[in-house]
Write a protein that binds this ligand. Structure first.
Ligand code: NAG
Ligand code: NAG
Ligand code: NAG
Ligand code: NAG
Ligand code: NAG
Ligand code: NAG
Ligand code: NAG
Ligand code: NAG
Ligand code: NAG
Length: 351
């Protein structure tokens, strides 16, 4: 009985990324730092236009200058050479939606620009898998586009979202990687033309639709069970990228009824610490619950709160712009995902 209790307590406290001193690196504030940004995005021609805000003409520049400062400790200085040395012959893979791609591109540019002379790289895409490789170092940074993590299968009756199934192909891919950072959330909300399935299946039951948070939780449980029964922690480190908040609706962050802001357009500075939403995002709560239940808990990259403060960090009209409109969901590069990668770096190097 006691052993079970102790074990449960251990699991509860083990899953969020803390540094070795037990400091909560996600609790802090954004401070203006003249040495920022960590890189000049124009040095990384591979950065997608959607994220290249400076290149797309964003006029204000202060948003590039903020460094995340935890209250009770300092984050390590990111060292790309160190990453390449540690992961020689290995790979780091982001699995998820376009926010994973946002973080993957950020990491590639952080590593690439931190080495002088600039190293050679190759970048190729095969199906849904993009591989950024440093041939001289034999290190690969990958992005596997997979916004739901579970399978969508085409059948006679349409596209079926199978909440309890992960393809063998994906299982092999995940199993062969040294570090995997998973992310899924935004696609669970899609309806109409953007919804990539027609029916939902659980076991032998099919449904026209269901509560999306419930479906999300079932899929995450499938993923968690897979990690628990397949991952060899000595070979593979597993992270879960917390929910990335958007700033579509200013009522989510401004309490000032006279404020004219409606969305992230024209936002040019972060919110001060303490402006967090008092209640966690419902999807974040689901993800936390599933992570807590895991036998081999994936480490949570707790990016939700710190990103919530960055209403100024989105491309707004300086993403794809034009008819694609306003983007208050993704993040400019350089920008907020660089900090997600500093947290990842801290977690990978401090243990
Ligand atoms: C964050 O740190 C401050 C200052 O150390 C502390 O007062 C506060 O309780 C912490 N917040 C959380 C959520 O841990
Ligand atoms: C994430 O960090 C914030 C800020 O410290 C904290 O309030 C929140 O509880 C953390 N989430 C989890 C799941 O630990
Ligand atoms: C980034 O590089 C471009 C092209 O080399 C240059 O024009 C620009 O001034 C640089 N920006 C910063 C902030 O150094
Ligand atoms: C970065 O890491 C490399 C390899 O571990 C090390 O030789 C170098 O001194 C580090 N650079 C800094 C600035 O700490
Ligand atoms: C890049 O590749 C070229 C051609 O293979 C090679 O000559 C050069 O030394 C490489 N550069 C670095 C920095 O390794
Ligand atoms: C993943 O690797 C573990 C051992 O490292 C093995 O037990 C498991 O069967 C593998 N799963 C797949 C789908 O390859
Ligand atoms: C699902 O269907 C298969 C084959 O029709 C059957 O063998 C199995 O028992 C069913 N499972 C459940 C949970 O009903
Ligand atoms: C923004 O949120 C508020 C409060 O939830 C709601 O009344 C309003 O309709 C929302 N605006 C848009 C454009 O969705
Ligand atoms: C975004 O907010 C600005 C004002 O802050 C407003 O002019 C614009 O119409 C809004 N765009 C959308 C798509 O709601």
């Amino acid at each position: 009985m006691n052993t079970v209790l102790v074990l449960m307590l251990f699991v509860v406290s083990a899953y969020q990324v803390h540094n070795t001193a037990g400091c909560d690196v996600s609790n802090g504030s954004w401070v203006y730092d003249d040495s920022y940004p960590l890189y000049n995005a124009s040095s990384c021609s591979f950065i997608l236009k959607a994220f290249d805000c400076v290149g797309n003409g964003r006029p204000d520049k202060d948003y590039l200058k903020y460094r995340w400062q935890p209250f009770e400790c300092n984050l390590p200085t990111f060292n790309g050479t160190d990453i390449l040395m540690r992961f020689k012959g290995k790979s780091i893979m982001f699995v998820g939606d376009s926010l994973s791609s946002n973080q993957w591109q950020s990491l590639a540019c952080m590593v690439y620009t931190s080495i002088t002379p600039q190293p050679n790289y190759t970048l190729f895409r095969q199906g849904e898998l993009s591989t950024f490789a440093f041939p001289e170092y034999n290190v690969q940074l990958l992005f596997s586009r997979n916004p739901l993590l579970v399978d969508v299968v085409s059948t006679k009756v349409g596209r079926v979202l199978k909440l309890d199934s992960i393809s063998l192909e994906n299982q092999k891919l995940w199993n062969e990687t040294s570090v995997v950072i998973f992310d899924t959330w935004h696609w669970w909300l899609h309806v109409g033309r953007k919804q990539p399935w027609d029916l939902i299946q659980v076991g032998n039951q099919t449904y026209e639709d269901m509560d999306r948070l419930v479906a999300y939780e079932k899929a995450l449980n499938t993923w968690a069970k897979w990690v628990d029964s397949n991952v060899d922690l000595a070979k593979t480190k597993v992270f879960f990228q917390g929910v990335s908040p958007d700033h579509q609706n200013a009522s989510d962050w401004t309490l000032n009824p006279k404020s004219e802001a409606m969305n992230c357009t024209a936002e040019s500075e972060p919110l001060p610490a303490g402006s967090e939403n008092p209640s966690a995002h419902p999807a974040e709560q689901v993800a936390e619950k599933v992570l807590r239940s895991m036998l081999k808990p994936a480490s949570l990259l707790n990016v939700t709160t710190l990103s919530h403060l960055r209403k100024d960090g989105h491309p707004s009209v300086y993403g794809l712009g034009g008819s694609r409109g306003l983007d208050c969901t993704h993040w400019c590069l350089s920008g907020v995902p660089d900090t997600w990668n500093v947290l990842l770096y801290a977690a990978l190097t401090e243990s």
